[in-house]
Design a protein around this ligand. Sequence first.
Ligand code: KG4
Ligand code: ZN
Length: 327
Amino acid sequence: MLVLGIETSCDETSVAVVENGRKVLSNIISSQVPIHEKFGGVVPEIASRNHVEVISNVMKKALEEAKVELKNIDAIACTYGPGLVGALLVGVSYAKALSYASNKPLVGTNHIEGHIAANYITHKDLQPPFIAMIISGGHTHLVHIKDYKTFEILGKTRDDAIGEAFDKVARVIGLGYPGGPKIDKLAKEGNTSIELPKTHLDSLDFSFSGIKTAVINLNHKNPNVDKADLSASFEKTVTDILLENTLKAAKSLKLKTIVLAGGVSANSYIRERFMELEKTQGMKIYYPSPVLCTDNAAMIASAGYYNYINGITSGLELNAEPNLKLT
Ligand code: KG4
Ligand code: ZN
């Protein structure tokens, strides 16, 4: 079964063709990072306009690279939330028009489910149940994935998403946008000697606004603070928190499989620390290949495939849902 995936929830316009939810035939990503870089973050209106400009070409390339025609596609999956409403609307409208014109089923797909599904593409052996730690620019969710379509949220952030904290810290210490990959790189040159606050909540929820503010204040009080040490210490502290909650959840549910997902799962230090659990706790750790960590349409085609084979399709009344929840 061939699913065409369409992703426009933020600042990447992407179209992909994926076979049986796991095999990527094409995954074209047109990134707007250079356009938004000068503003220090994504400008929603500019993002929507750009999606409109490039989506037809991205779609054409995706079909060409996959060596298929629209008539060979079995279903059209598109992200309908969560994300920026104007950006989402471009992909949703495009998918609806394609579905109507080609008489193919339309499958509205949740972006967060897409991030989880990125692991099904990278790891052909991966099957639920497992615990997913979804860490992205917009989300920090600890989820029990019971099967392909049954999820239970165990914990989530009460304030900033972890990616937001990475981006804000990077901006404050002068690294620019997007900050996550820049902190990742700089932290390798520093040590973790700077003490930063860890917010412990009495549930599996997260809070990153305290550490974000602490870094901002520290940098403000002492502009000469070593930026590499600050980056390394920030990374270490947030990773400690992620690990603590993930381990608690895994132990209480007696699950040994942990899956990282979302843009921040590209972080090399976070990956390393989670990988240590394989040796120390006998766990099995999965994370997506780098290109599948950040936003892309292959992950949407994969999640869309699991929707479709579970009988979930959408009508032409499908709308963008900027605050769409996972459950
Ligand atoms: O999943 P994603 O592409 O978009 C959302 O759905 O939010 O995640 C983007 C986030 C940004 O905050 C970016 O800074 C972060 O992922 N990111 C990283 C790394 N690569 C991307 N954060 C830390 N280390 C990285 N290597
Ligand atoms: Zn995302």
